[in-house]
Write a protein that binds this ligand. Sequence first.
Ligand code: ADP
Length: 373
Amino acid sequence: MARVTEDEVRNALQGVIDPQSGKSIMDQDMVQGLVVKDGNVGFVMEVPAERGQELEPVRQKAEAAVKALSGVLSVTAVMTAHKAAGAGAAPKQDGAAPQAKQAGEKAGVDNIPGIKHIVAVASGKGGVGKSTTAVNLALALAGLGQKVALLDADIYGPSAPRLLDLKGKPETDGKKLWPKEAYGIKAMSIGLLIEEDQPMVWRGPMVQSALEQMLRQVEWGEIDVMIIDMPPGTGDAQLTLTQRAPLAGAVIVSTPQDLSLIDARKGLNMFKKVDVPILGIIENMSYFTCPHCGGRTDVFAHGGAHAEADSLGVPFLGEIPLDIKIRETSDGGHPIVVSDPDGPHAASYRSIAAAVLERIEGTQRTAPRIVIQ
Ligand code: ADP
């Protein structure tokens, strides 16, 4: 079966009408970041904040219109709201580079006052140790003298409360939320905002508003680096987060197994499509350290992530072994970087943190100012 083309998708969306104006959603530049790949279609419907609810049926119509085309395997339409004042700010897409202007700082997503750099930690699938890596990386950055925040946006399995032993609801004055503090870093988790036992079915607009709240309504103060623990995978929730946060770059966590590398590649592609720089890949559970003899075994095909990073032309940031101590310390709320700061694993996380820092500072370095006295 022939796969659907971008033009066919655009034509279908042309027929979806905003009832308020009577105009097509395409003509109103509501459709942004259209991605058409192997029959899978994704796009963002950017709408004024106050019209979010009212336009949900239109989002559904848009999704259905694309789904009805032949050669479509999946459709993900995510609705995001923008402030009415900046309504004209979303850049018009051109056919040659439909996604290039979507993300982060380049798309005019407002920077967050006081926060210098935001780095997403992502993975193509769950269970690869993304959260463990995100938390230890955040703590390692703090160990390098940075003011650090951790934003746990993993809607499927928020783990910062467990990893950093955070308890209780965040304090609030009804408008702002105050982050928790642990081991010298500030932290906020989606897990602190929702009831623990309540299953949540997240839809695009909810993900977006939860993220916006955690990004912009939390009193973060002055922060050098914010680490966002992303939900695993590359679906609509991830796309929304990628497009709504002013990201300096993304770090991909992968285990060495082939399967997860295929997933890692999907993660890479997602960020590339929306023009977020890939800071590099971290290989987690890279090899096994025997708790009895300290000997090393390559359980999975060790080195897969490094080779993959080389072949994809993205930096390899480092490897972390599969070590029971990493699991026990994380699950006990005392991540290894702070519970064994002089050990080899803390050193590995610090060297990864230094590499990340070098890259984000490199990406935003401006020309030196010449001072004439
Ligand atoms: P993800 O965020 O990718 O779903 P987690 O960080 O929650 O993964 O890790 C999944 C499980 O694997 C946790 O129990 C965690 O403690 C454990 N884990 C993660 N990285 C390592 C590692 N390098 N060595 C041992 N256990 C690890």
